[in-house]
Design a protein around this ligand. Sequence first.
Ligand code: HXC
Length: 536
Amino acid sequence: MMEAGVNEKTPSAGENPSGSEAQLSLIKKVQEYRAKIEEGGGKERIDAQHAKGKQTARERVLQLLDEGSFQEVDAYMTHRHTDFGLDKTRTLGDGLVAGFGKINGRRVCIYAQDFTVLGGSFGEVAGQKVCKVLDLAMQAGVPVIGLNDSGGARIQEGVYSLYAYGEVFYRNTLASGVVPQISVMLGPCAGGAVYSPALTDFIVMTKDISNMFITGPEVIKTVTGEEVDTETLGGASTHATISGVAHLVGETEADSFALVRKLLEYIPSNNTETPRRLPPADEDLRGDPALNTIVPVSSSETYDMHEVIERVMDRGSFFEIHAGYAMNAIVGFARLNGESVGVVANQPSVMAGVIDINAGDKIARFVRFCDAFNIPLITFTDTPGFMPGTVQEHGGIIRHGAKIVYAYSEATVPKLTVITRKGYGGAYIVMGSKHIHADLVYSWPNAEIAVMGAEGAVNILYRKEIKAAEDPAAERARLVEEIREKFSNPYRSAAAGFVTEVILPVETRGRLIAGLELLRDKQSSAPAKKHGNMPL
Ligand code: HXC
């Protein structure tokens, strides 16, 4: 276990022998208080926490922050309630460790729920402390990280704990788009407690020890009769693959903290800054010849868009977000010549890269984060369209798909797009096309940019002619080829000015770097309004 940060620079009473008795006793008093603060819920509960393979709140804060950087705030606060035995359980700090410090030398604000104190339950004091930390973060312009491990609203405090949550939700909303907010889940998170994390930009869940749900298995059984275990209901894997609530998953607490540190490397501290630029680690105009042959000639054959991203971006820099959710789309951060960028792509090797409801939500949310925090967007398009069918229509694909077009249209950061193969219909428009004001759109030579695929178009346009033909199959094949020749190529779009240039895949990296350099200080203005009404 690491030494507690608050005590590290405190001289002991014995180190100051020249002081008077009274002065020494003042120092001693501070030391006694600090020792009490560090006790949290007591040895027994700390042991129980360790036995579950979990660290205490203080240990976590010290592990995540740079050594010796933690400065605690409001460690002396206690609750004022007396009902249900609360008068006998007053703990300094009241189950929440809060303060600020540094991660990789950068300032951050932080809070951590202490499960050893009444199960980390959230009461009035915890709410006040989190609000103060959020206010501090907004004033200082630094990211906020919340470490969550709590039994939810402190039942004994009744409406006071609901008030506490409400105030935090309000602050989370105010801080949204001002400073990055990251939630790390390190234990249970039930009821209203999930809404503060849900309002933050990124949720990192930790395997085996964390879960999130609105109502737990017991309540579900009572209300609906359904039987489900905690892990299936709201474990890390569930939220990383099915619900999309979790953006990243750590194998262990240490792994979750490593993910937070890595994430912070790509993002700025607030909305007035740009992300820190690293010295280019890679030859800037390196073109990878393998890119020329990644996309198969036959448009029904597939390839992995990850390979394209890896070969275009600075080597090893791609950091995928939401990797296990809506895998037909890819989002993540990367570096291009040392500059941080947000990457959005279709994934042709999963459901042919079709855009469905979940992909709509995933892409739109990521685009909005990048735009809020001045991170340029690089889009790789290869999509046959939106997912057809009643399940998707009834689930509101219209509304969810509209989120993508809204997010891209609203975004004022540099927007550079590469069409690697299919760009069909509405899906082509929404994926950072020139029509929704991408700055530069490059197309690879085999791109197919059209209203729909040649086969579909022939079925609609020439049904009667094909039926009447002597050899319908041959006539159909001829027409498909004719349409493909005429429409399914990038040159018509380039002739119309919708594609900036048709480039060889090997040239992609150089073009994007040059484009980013040009647009680094991009100016753009939007009509004055309170805020838009995004389809949600
Ligand atoms: C007060 C709580 C508490 C709570 C746990 N404790 N949750 N005290 N309020 N919400 C206390 C326990 O009484 C216990 O005290 C100690 O914390 C540890 O809890 P255990 O149950 O022994 O731990 P464990 O077995 O690990 O189970 C953890 C748990 C469980 C799964 C989180 O405690 C639990 O289900 N708690 C209730 C979850 C919940 O429904 N919360 C309210 C959600 S509603 P002792 O003294 O015995 O050690 C909500 C509404 C907010 O949050 C709406 C805001 C808008």
